[in-house]
Design a protein. Sequence first.
Length: 448
Amino acid sequence: MCGINAVINGTLSDVQHLQRKASRRGTKLRLHCLRDAFIYFDWLPITDDNAPEQPFQSGKVLVFMNGYISNYRELSEKHGLELETDCDTELLAKFLDKFKGKRLNELNGFFAVLWHDGNKWKAFTDRYGIKQLYWYEDGDTKFISSEVKTILNACKVNLSPFHVNRYKYSLGVLNKDTIYSGVNRVKKLPFVVPGKIYISYEDAKYRLRELLDKSIERNRTNLKSGVFLSGGVDSGLIAKLVQPDYCFSMDYINTDYSEIDNIKLNSTSTHYVMMCNDSVSKENVINIIDDPKAGSCYTNVALTEFASKFCTVLYSGAGGDEFFGGYPHRLNKPIEVVQKRTKYEGKPLDITHFEYDLMFLDSILVVEDSIGGYYTMETRYPLLDNDLVDFALSLPDEYKENKRILKDISGLNEKVLNSPKKGFSNPVSNDEWVDFSINYIKEKYGFL
């Protein structure tokens, strides 16, 4: 986890306005004056604490990166890119230099990259948008930041009525960018869904387990780590394979939401359980998630704040539902019904259920990046490994119905495998959250 705040063709004062509202996304902060840009980089060392501070340079290429390239050692060996450090950003600089910004589909993991090719500044994020990077143009000056609130502090920005209405209708799931006019997300790398292959179910299970084990190894860390553990398959599988130092769970006074019996079956290492109640600091949540998406996410905020006292790296089970058929209840509803998540009216998009699932995943990742950055945590996603996802999507649909193949290789308790889906619920209703969040943002930033 790192933080990028940059101003191109601007002033030192401009970038200071950005940084003034930035979260503490790292432990080492430096100001750089490079080419035509002022850049504050907030760095949290993960792979090599002894590596030089960013930017890394190779030839004319300069690179700042927030995130983690999980296959950087493999790419180093594959392309003969010798590294002086054990740092993925050094690999990225040499990779961009060697291939002139091409072949980016070979990069695995989660990352937001700001780089200079010798002529101009460029930026991209991983193919899922796990790591965020936002931009806003004011005349010839371009503002780039890991967070929305820094841009709101530095620039005169208005709410977009169109995107606000989309947010009210779908909790931001249908918003590609932000609810603020002109504040856009840097483009993700292309994500091409592979064609279907024929493979026997037994061979598919064997290959999937190989790829899952490889993803776990790519994402391991020597730092203290934790898993947000629900009573379901995805986080239970991650906890079983990673064996983190800590697990963190949420339980509920309302037994309709509680999964505590299943959570106990998935528990590993030192395990903390918080009790969810109605004493919610909604102001704190919206100050962290300044581009609201996917609901109040109070439980994620509360668990991350608590987890930050014990560890630096969190593992998430995100992607299991989206790529292994984990939303069968949605398939039973027309897509226009699935999209509407509040009392507000709006226009549904002409999309498939799978396309909606990808948009839903996108909104969850935006939220998790905001929360993790606020509490100086890095979140890793073993189920979003590119090779694992590509293989899963190439399998016959019947292998993945209701996570069939993922369950069959998990080794989890039968009660966990056969229980209804619950996940972490929030004590604030969607309608209440929409009304509060929009009114709070308008009042905080003086929007009419």
